[in-house]
Design a binder for this molecule. Structure first.
Ligand code: PLP
Length: 391
């Protein structure tokens, strides 16, 4: 049973192997600290994994979203639609670009942006969509893409949870990140995500113009390619063509990313194994709703979220934390954050499906390094806690 000496099991964490450490050390001993050859090697490996033509690696996932929003041309007067059930960065990137974030409610089964809800939020000012592949499950991309193309909207997938996820459309399998139904896809390499570079992120795209823009914006809007200059003056010359940022990633981070990517398939498989154990245990609990993955979709399972039918979320959450489970909540709906309420006048009840989901959800620990023993412990503690609170 739950022994008080049991160490804390976090909801997610990285898995760094000796190989990873060795690769970083080797990179640190090379002549490059920042803009070395491993960045392009990592970008190519990510592009290959996803089946996209291009990838641009940056300092973090939020920077990747920011650059994607700028490359899309979002700006003042534009509206961009995203999900309220996401990390704040998915909506903040719209604000960084000077545009207005608009939310559309989620699908009650998948917790992803509901294409029918998106339709009700469209206006003449709508310029783009940022669907979020929540918990690792791909959104209904073909439906969102259809809706976007009919109106000339730019689609940026926030796939921070979903590297390795796939979906089938018209008999063909599509890897998230291939941008088969979007203009750009963004991933994060924060340590709680599937693979890590410490901090880090990437944008994938098939569009050569977006690719060039992203490369420029990553580094101050500067180009060193004479072919892209107004008036090259000599070998020393560079031109600032746009207002960009320093969002560069370092060479030694990409050394880590390359090594981690080699283990991504194994990481994904281990996540699915743990999910199978959770599903079979928790499906039998009347009190719980387990995650539902729509047919034709394969989730990368960044998160395992359960919903409570009737017990108090606070009561269950506190009890699980007392028993050393690093449970969490993903997410407080973004429109309910004080900044969004104050700035845009959002209120409780604006997105009822998202809010009902939020009120009942708890995230359980899920990460590849979890032992079978950890998994059994989580299952035992959840069952025991539900029993205690129901009696
Ligand atoms: C983690 C995350 C981000 C931001 O990524 P960082 O690398 O932490 O900046 C954006 N969107 C979602 C959905 C995320 O989970």
């Amino acid at each position: 049973m739950s022994t008080p000496t049991r160490s804390f099991i976090p909801y997610g964490t990285q898995w760094i192997a000796d190989d990873d450490v060795a690769a970083v050390v080797e990179a640190l001993r090379s002549p490059w600290m920042t803009q070395g050859p491993l960045i392009e090697a990592f970008e190519q490996a990510i592009a290959r994994f996803c089946g996209a033509r291009y990838a641009v690696a940056v300092a973090n996932g939020t920077a990747a979203l920011h650059l994607a929003a700028l490359a899309a041309g979002f700006g003042p007067g534009d509206e961009v639609i995203t999900s309220p059930i996401t990390f704040v960065a998915s909506a903040n990137c719209i604000l960084y670009a000077g545009a207005r974030p608009v939310f559309a409610d989620i699908d009650p089964m998948t917790y992803c942006l509901d294409p029918r809800a998106v339709e009700t939020q469209l206006s003449p000012a709508t310029k783009g969509l940022i669907p979020v592949h929540f918990a690792g499950q791909p959104c209904d991309m073909p439906a969102l893409h259809r809706l976007a193309k009919a109106r000339g909207l730019t689609v940026i997938e926030d796939a921070a949870h979903a590297i390795g996820a796939r979906y089938v459309y018209e008999g063909q399998s599509h890897q998230v990140g291939s941008c088969a139904h979007s203009d750009m896809t963004v991933f994060s390499f924060h340590p709680v995500k599937h693979i890590t570079t410490g901090e880090g992120g990437v944008v994938t795209t098939n569009d050569p113009d977006l690719y060039q823009k992203l490369l420029r914006l990553r580094s101050h809007g500067i180009t060193r390619d004479p072919a892209l200059m107004d008036a090259p003056e000599g070998p020393w010359y560079y031109e600032m063509q746009d207002l960009g940022f320093n969002y560069r990633i370092t060479d030694f981070q990409c050394a880590l990313g390359l090594k981690q990517l080699e283990r991504l398939d194994a990481f994904l498989e281990r996540r699915l194994q743990i999910v199978a154990s959770y599903d079979s245990a928790f499906r039998e609990e009347e009190e719980l709703i387990v995650p539902h993955v729509a047919s034709g979709r394969v989730s990368a399972y960044h998160l395992y979220v359960i919903q409570l039918r009737s017990l108090s979320r606070l009561g269950v959450f506190n009890r699980l934390r007392e028993k050393h489970l690093g449970v969490n909540v993903h997410y407080i709906p973004v429109h309910m954050q004080p900044y969004y309420r104050r700035t845009f006048g959002f209120d409780n009840g604006d997105f009822p499906v998202a809010e009902a989901y939020y009120d009942r959800t708890i995230t359980l620990p899920l990460y590849p390094k979890m032992s079978d023993n950890d998994v059994a412990y989580v299952i035992e503690v959840v069952r025991e806690t539900l029993g205690e609170l129901q009696s």
